[in-house]
Design a protein around this ligand. Structure first.
Ligand SMILES: [Fe+2]
Ligand SMILES: [Fe+2]
Length: 208
């Protein structure tokens, strides 16, 4: 009987690989920078509300966004995706403007627009999952699922704060988000399991 020495060099492929998916790369870069804008916005939001419980809740949401930014960066690093300086700049400005405006536009609007923004963010993570699946990559399912669901929790928190306010029906009509309109099809009471969660956001409305 003859024994052959096998060459296992192919098993030592480099850990990093590049993604051949333009839309996915762009979405990752955008999400990374937009998470910073969101975190900045919540700093202003938390600073501008007087209620202590609201302050604490919004502060926690800010921390969630910093955490998302870190998670997205880890995925980007795995595939050698650079941080977009353009998005970093654009979202830095956006975040700071929203942050300052929270002090001047009253109580209702920061809650409304935060909820509307979060509503759109939910699908970003499920769309990423779908793009990864197009490349046959399923290893990020768990983290993308958690981030998408977390954004949904944020949306529901903000909606809960304003759902009984008189202004909501008018804003809902004008900005297409509110008690009966959402930019995603996630229902926290009837969540899909992770394995089938790529089914979310297939025909969700695009945020204008
Ligand atoms: Fe986030
Ligand atoms: Fe969020």
């Amino acid at each position: 009987m003859r024994y052959y020495r096998h060459n296992f060099a192919f098993l030592k492929m480099p850990q990093e690989m590049n993604l051949n998916h333009k839309a996915l790369i762009d979405l990752l870069q955008k999400a990374y920078s937009a998470e910073k804008a969101a975190a900045f916005a919540y700093q202003g939001h938390a600073g501008s509300v007087k209620d202590k419980t609201e302050k604490i809740a919004i502060k926690q949401i800010e921390l969630d966004e910093w955490n998302h930014r870190k998670e997205v960066l880890e995925i980007m690093q795995k595939y050698n995706i650079p941080v977009s300086q353009y998005y970093e700049f654009r979202f830095y400005i956006t975040g700071k403007i929203i942050s300052c405006s929270c002090y001047i536009i009253g109580w209702f609007m920061p809650f409304f627009f935060a909820g509307r923004l979060e509503s759109g963010n939910v699908c970003e993570y499920f769309r990423m999952m779908q793009y990864f699946h197009e490349l046959g990559i399923i290893e990020h399912n768990q983290i993308l699922y958690e981030m998408g669901i977390k954004e949904k929790e944020h949306e529901i928190y903000f909606l809960g704060k304003i759902k009984n306010k008189k202004m909501l029906p008018i804003f809902e009509k004008l900005f297409s988000w509110g008690s009966s309109k959402s930019f995603n099809d996630v229902d926290l009471d009837k969540k899909y399991p992770i394995e089938s969660s790529a089914l979310y956001c297939k025909k969700a409305v695009k945020v204008p």
